[in-house]
Design a protein around this ligand. Sequence first.
Ligand code: 5AD
Ligand code: FES
Length: 338
Amino acid sequence: MYQNLTKDEILSKLRDPDSSDLFAEADRVRKQYCGDEVHLRAIIEFSNYCKRDCLYCGLRKSNGKLTRYRMTVDEIFCAARNAQSLGYQTIVLQSGEDDGFSTDELCGLVRKIKKELDLAITLSVGEKTYEEYRAMKEAGADRYLLKIETTNPELFKKLKPDSDLEKRSQCLENLKNLGFQVGSGVMVGLPGQTLEDLTDDICFFRESDFDMIGIGPFIPHPETPLNQAKKGELNLVLKVVALTRLATLNAHLPATTAIGTIDPAGRQKALMCGANIMMPNATPKQYRRFYEIYPNKICITENPNDCNSCIQNMLRSLGRKLGAGYGHSLKRSMVKKG
Ligand code: 5AD
Ligand code: FES
């Protein structure tokens, strides 16, 4: 019934200041369709170079104040091996859109990790050509994360001047056609974004059938043109998470690091209103503070081991189980393929 929420119903839930029933229903649907297991995806932020100039992002090329780093292939492999030894079964390799890393290098790394470590691999390296995505899939990458960020085409163009909504949608379509498990998502509270836009985002998630959907607040970065903008509100972010759960039933929804950044208990709250995934940071400690997409990011002074213990404790205190296995997509098409 909830999957059939009309646009107007979604919009009125977003407007409703009392969200307790919505959150309880999203928690119930999460339990029914995803269970109590929380799957972990260890994220390795391997380069903060970026050729793009997105107005919201601290890694944008015009931010001359940021110290840039690029991990070597060996360093990335070691970080992956360390993640494996901590018990993670999925790693996410993420970077800015960095041309300093060739597709061949990236594919070589994916092949080596697949051969030597028993891990599911998610890549998150931005907009690439069909051929580049195909090479990555052939190298053995299982999943790809590419957030749509907003489905409002004008807002998209303003915030991401190097791209457009159509190009980005085409990338998502290509990834899906190549057989990747595809993750997308949006930011909530972007300057100029309306509740109608967020309603469209949620409807887009329902239509697109993504395997994973990451939702987080926009957080203004001082070294960007949006430095004076307001950050996304926790309650609105949680409502978008809850409504996305109701609209998609079994999509994987992470309790994002950005939610944990605007509220110390943000990730726990997200896990109680629809989320079923966590993305612990597995980046070597010396690089963490430079992957400053937004300010005051959590886990900057911790190391991979700290984040692992922290998240295990968090799940225990919420009465949730650590996911067993790779935590592949729960979407039917994926289940059929085994
Ligand atoms: N606030 C919150 N999230 C941000 N991202 C980028 N910049 C910001 C910001 N200022 C998110 C985008 C991107 C992901 C890697 O980080 O959604 O896809
Ligand atoms: Fe990193 Fe809690 S997850 S310190």
